[in-house]
Write a protein that binds this ligand. Sequence first.
Ligand SMILES: Nc1ncnc2c1ncn2[C@@H]1O[C@H](COP(=O)(O)OP(=O)(O)OP(=O)(O)O)[C@@H](O)[C@H]1O
Ligand SMILES: [Mg+2]
Length: 170
Amino acid sequence: MALATSYYLLNSVILGGIPESVTAARAFIREALGENHPAVEIAMLLGSELVSNAIRHSRSGRRDGGRLTVAVVVAAGVIHVDVIDEGSTDAIPEIPLQIDELSESGRGLWLVRELSSAWGWRDRATGRVVWFEVNGPDGAAVPDHSRSCQSARAAGPVAGRYHQIRAGKD
Ligand SMILES: Nc1ncnc2c1ncn2[C@@H]1O[C@H](COP(=O)(O)OP(=O)(O)OP(=O)(O)O)[C@@H](O)[C@H]1O
Ligand SMILES: [Mg+2]
C-alpha cells in the first residue's frame, strides 16, 4: 500500500485535567485550523466533548495534576483530532445502547459519532487515545497559516502513524 504523502501535525497541546481546559481546547483547535476553516465549528464542538470526557471519565481529571493532550492532524480532505487521556479502569468510551430521552448526559459520544466521518479509541502506553475525523473540502484542509506554523514544519508528514486513516485513498 502506498503511503500518504501529506499528513501534517498542525499542533498539539498539553492541558490540565480541569474544567477550564474545555474552553482552552476549543481555542486551541480554532487556532490550529484557523477560524475560517469550514469544519472548525464541528471540530471545536467534538473536540470539547472528548476533552470533557477525558476530564470526567479518566484519571486526567480524577487525580491531582492530571493532564491530557489534544493534537490536530490534517491530510487532504480530512481533519483528525486526538484527545489523549491518562486512562481509566472503570470505563471505556462507548455510546450507551439506549439514551434516555430525558437524561441530560450520555450524548457526547453519540454526537461525535453523528457529526464525524469516523471516530474511535485505543489504549497506548502513553494513554488512551480517543479520536475523531471530520471531512473538510478537498484542498482546504491545510489552512494557510499552518505554512508558518513551526510545529507543523518540524513534525512534517506523519504518515507512519496516521496513514491508516486514509488507507486506500493514496
Ligand atoms: N475518555 C474516556 N475514558 C473512559 N470512559 C469514557 C471516556 N469517554 C467516554 N467514556 C464512557 O462513555 C460514556 C459515554 O460518553 P458520553 O460522552 O456519550 O456521555 P457522558 O460523558 O456520560 O455524558 P455527556 O457527554 O452527555 O455529558 C461515559 O458515560 C463513560 O462511561
Ligand atoms: Mg461526555
